[in-house]
Design a protein around this ligand. Structure first.
Ligand code: SAM
Length: 480
């Protein structure tokens, strides 16, 4: 098998021999300070003619950074990741919540409590009425962006059910609430079904690879449709062929060796860029968590927080333009450092059980995994602001048609900030007026006043002030 990033065959674009070579190369050069300096210099962001120039790194270069054992280079890597994060994203953090529709599943994933032989977990699938109630609860928290989640089960969760659910979600408008972007995390499917998802106006199609190690993958997925490694790995190509511009990658860290996964993840990103002209819209960074019938220690590849943070920093350097996501699987402390290293989107107030948002007390019976960060959305919003970040509920890009390569070319040149920063302030203001506690409101209003002065373009600044006044007067949904 020969490595070819343009190939459409999983074994060729995620090529095992290339990953092994990459890891050997990284081991050989991990403490080579001349090469390390060259790699860091290549990745440094520059402003040229008012545009941001930041090349990123390929999987070999980034793997050398991840392998280095030199503490002074650990520090340089983290500082560069912070610099890139600031250059592309400023201090904005986008918020979302997962919505679990159904935990029926026919797969045998050994790490997931939804696996079909788990007889202890109660199975549940939301009706459209129950979805409406969940969405009302999420809107009442302040959410505008959801990621829907479902197990794979052609009988219980066919594509028609997913499409009907998306339609239901977009049509709930409770008080001033609205879900303006529905991202979808469902099993790998056909081009025809991806076209249907595109027509249903989804945001990002998210599918975690779980592991790029083919043999490991087969052992972890002993049966069910997901056991087909090639079909799973080639899913993003089918999604893009079906017209979905924005796709989200991820591996479940803890299942296999992290350096192997990291190289595979970057090769996948390079493949999408080479074939479709646009890399992944997002990369998620989940780690295996305890769950019903699941003990993460069984997988032997758990990683310490320090390594996890370094993976995030090296990814931020390698793919500077890609949104990076961390969920409530992680604790407040890990999320705080992950945000510094390069994460740009986080979930907040999440419940991972089917129907969990309408229960007064967090239910555990149908949960997909233990949630470490159990704070409310209001607490997360306040905490972000106390850490110096602007919580953003913005969904403007995709609604204005800034998806795929249109988004990427704006983002790669740094121009996206001309809309993102004011949009973050506008959606934060909506949140403060409609959902925030008094304490969060006060901190947020001060932040908006301070941040208005940071909008460099005077006409955008004036327009933002006008929109903020209109929000004060009760109008909603302004955007650049
Ligand atoms: N059924 C779809 C699929 O197979 O891709 C949807 C995915 S599932 C609802 C979302 C993700 O949760 C999975 O892709 C997996 O990475 C993650 N997950 C499963 N079990 C987990 C566990 N014990 N801890 C943390 N994450 C887990």
């Amino acid at each position: 098998m020969i490595y070819d990033k343009k190939s459409l065959k999983a074994d060729e674009f995620i090529n095992h021999e290339e990953i092994i070579d990459t890891l050997e190369y990284a081991d050989k050069h991990k403490n080579d300070t001349v090469l390390l300096d060259e790699i860091l210099a290549k990745a440094k962001p520059h402003w040229k003619d008012g545009k941001l120039d930041c090349k990123g790194l390929n999987h070999r270069e980034a793997s050398v950074l991840l392998a280095t054992e030199l503490p002074e280079y650990h520090e340089k890597i983290i500082n560069l990741a912070k610099e890139i994060k600031q250059a592309f994203y400023g201090n904005r953090i986008v918020l979302f919540a997962p919505l679990y529709l159904s935990n029926y599943c026919v797969n045998g994933c050994l790490y997931c409590p939804y696996h079909v032989v788990n007889k202890t977990i109660p199975r549940k699938k939301l009706t459209q009425e129950e979805i409406r109630n969940e969405v009302i609860a999420l809107q009442d928290m302040g959410h505008k962006r959801l990621a829907i989640e479902a197990g794979e089960d052609p009988k219980n969760n066919p594509i028609e059910y997913i499409l009907e659910s998306i339609d239901t979600i977009y049509n709930v408008h409770h008080k001033n609430g609205a879900i303006r972007r529905v991202n979808v995390n469902i099993a790998a499917t056909s081009v025809e079904e991806y076209k249907m998802l595109k027509d249903a106006e989804i945001g990002t199609y998210i599918l975690f690879q779980e592991t790029y190690h083919k043999e490991g993958y087969k052992a972890l997925h002993p049966y069910g449709p997901k056991s087909d490694y090639d079909y799973h790995t080639e899913a993003m190509d089918r999604a893009m062929d079906g017209g979905i511009d924005d796709v989200g990658l991820g591996v479940l860290f803890g299942l296999d060796k992290y350096r192997y996964e990291f190289a595979g993840l970057l090769m996948h990103a390079e493949h999408l860029e080479a074939v479709h002209g646009v890399g992944p819209h997002t990369i998620s960074f989940p780690r295996v968590k305890p769950a019903d019938d699941i003990d993460p220690d069984k997988f032997n590849n758990g990683i310490a927080d320090e390594i996890f943070e370094r993976i995030i920093a090296c990814a931020r350097i390698a793919v500077p333009y890609t949104g990076m996501i961390i969920s409530t699987r992680e604790s407040e402390n890990v999320r705080r450092s992950a945000l510094e290293m390069g994460i740009s989107q986080i979930s907040g107030g999440s419940r991972t059980s089917v129907g969990g948002y309408t229960e007064d007390v967090r239910p555990h019976d149908t949960e997909q995994f233990d949630v470490s960060d159990q704070r409310t959305l209001d607490e997360v919003v306040r905490w972000l602001m106390e850490c110096g970040y602007i919580p953003s509920f913005c969904t403007a890009c995709y609604r204005a048609g800034r998806t795929g390569d249109r988004f990427m070319s704006l983002c790669k040149s740094g121009q996206i900030q001309n809309c993102c920063h004011p949009n973050a302030l506008l959606t934060l203001r909506e949140y403060l007026d409609d959902y925030a506690s008094k304490e969060t409101y006060d901190i947020g209003m001060k932040m908006i006043m301070d941040e208005l002065g940071n909008i460099p373009n005077l006409s955008v600044r004036e327009k933002t002030k006008g929109f903020l006044e209109s929000i004060d007067g009760g109008s909603r949904d302004f955007r650049f």
